[in-house]
Design a protein. Structure first.
Length: 141
């Protein structure tokens, strides 16, 4: 069973620097491997709170720390890694079939997410034990 976690990666976006500040940009299918269908963001996350806690059957995402910092724990059912995001021009690409949890949010942090699909509750696996069972049974690829 191939590990999906190896397909997760940090993507560095182009930055245009200027004395007035920096500008970063992202073009779907150019800088990220999909066309963006949905954008959402997390903010005012209370200290100690965890967000995410699910995997997707089809949806791909890129998670960016627009402000502040946080950790993203990724898990493909075989291996777990902890990624620290703290730069607004870096994004973490997560393919389908990878569990994710966002934690350790700094004060005033903003997690910005680009998604490959529109919202579909049926695409979510929200119970970690179910996710692990599906991975090990081969029903979740």
């Amino acid at each position: 069973m191939p590990m999906k976690i190896g397909k997760c990666k940090i993507i560095k976006f182009p930055v245009i620097s200027d004395p007035r500040g920096n500008l970063a940009f992202i073009e779907g299918k150019n800088h990220i491997p999909f066309d963006v269908k949905r954008v959402y963001y997390l903010y005012d996350v209370p200290s100690g709170a965890t967000r995410g806690g699910h995997a997707h059957k089809k949806m791909e995402v890129v998670i960016i720390a627009l402000s502040g910092s946080f950790h993203v724990k990724i898990d493909d059912g075989l291996k777990t890694e902890l990624i620290f995001l703290n730069r607004p021009h870096w994004g973490l690409y997560i393919p389908p079939s990878v569990w994710r949890e966002l934690e350790d949010f700094s004060s005033n942090s903003i997690a910005f997410v680009l998604a490959s699909t529109f919202y579909d509750e049926g695409d979510y696996i929200r119970q970690h034990e179910v996710f692990k069972k599906m991975v090990h049974d081969g029903t979740y690829k």
